[in-house]
Write a protein of this length. Structure first.
Length: 214
């Protein structure tokens, strides 16, 4: 295991280089999303962001398609951000991106179930879960593919969901709808906070006027 020297937001979050075969997925991959990501990685020649996995079990929490892309390209190593889920870093799980802000009450989807699913090998459907971390997952490593010990390409079809062209088109629409839903929520929340700020400043201003008359 080779540690990568990177700035992280949490002292107990490590980014390391692991054998790609040590990682365990918890859900199936989408052939459409894998194709898009694989094309981008080949074009750039680098992996921009590490995947995120549980430190003890090596179950993948975020970055399933990055793992699949590197595996299909024949890479034998992969940058991984390891977190100790059992030590509770306040990792939350939802079904949609908006659950980052609104929460998700379904007790069937928990980080413990995700770990158990990854260990069992009975994988969930593609993009069944969204993991939310108490730190930014966008910590760039920009790791060159040439340094990930590439071998012959590998078949990853057993990890992929079978999707027709129509199902792929529907998946694109669902992803865009999910992003739009989050943007709409954030826009509304921004307007609410701006109104709250304006009201507070008016109170301060009026308080100043009241004090000047005493």
């Amino acid at each position: 295991m080779t540690s990568l020297v990177l700035r992280t937001e949490k002292a107990n979050v490590r980014i390391v280089l692991l054998p790609i075969e040590e990682l365990r997925p918890h859900e199936m991959g989408s052939p459409l999303y894998l194709g898009l990501l694989r094309q981008e990685i080949l074009r750039d020649g680098i992996l921009k962001y590490p995947i995120i996995a549980d430190e003890k079990t090596h179950v993948i929490l975020d970055g399933m398609h990055r793992w699949l892309a590197l595996k299909s390209l024949g890479c034998t190593l992969i940058p991984v951000m390891l977190i100790d889920v059992s030590n509770s870093l306040n990792v939350r799980v939802g079904r949609r991106r908006i659950h980052r802000y609104t929460g998700y009450a379904d007790t069937e989807i928990t980080v413990e179930r995700v770990i158990q699913t990854g260990l069992s090998g009975q994988l969930m459907q593609p993009r069944s879960t969204r993991h939310f971390f108490p730190f930014s997952k966008f910590q760039q490593v920009n790791y060159p593919l040439s340094m990930l010990k590439k071998g012959p390409p590998r078949n990853v079809s057993k990890y992929l969901s079978r999707m027709t062209d129509g199902e792929c088109s529907l998946a694109i629409k669902e992803w865009l709808d999910e992003i739009s839903e989050e943007l709409e929520f954030l826009t509304k929340r921004k307007e609410e906070v701006e109104k709250e700020k304006e009201d507070f400043l008016n109170r301060v201003k009026n308080l100043g006027k009241s004090l000047s008359t005493l």
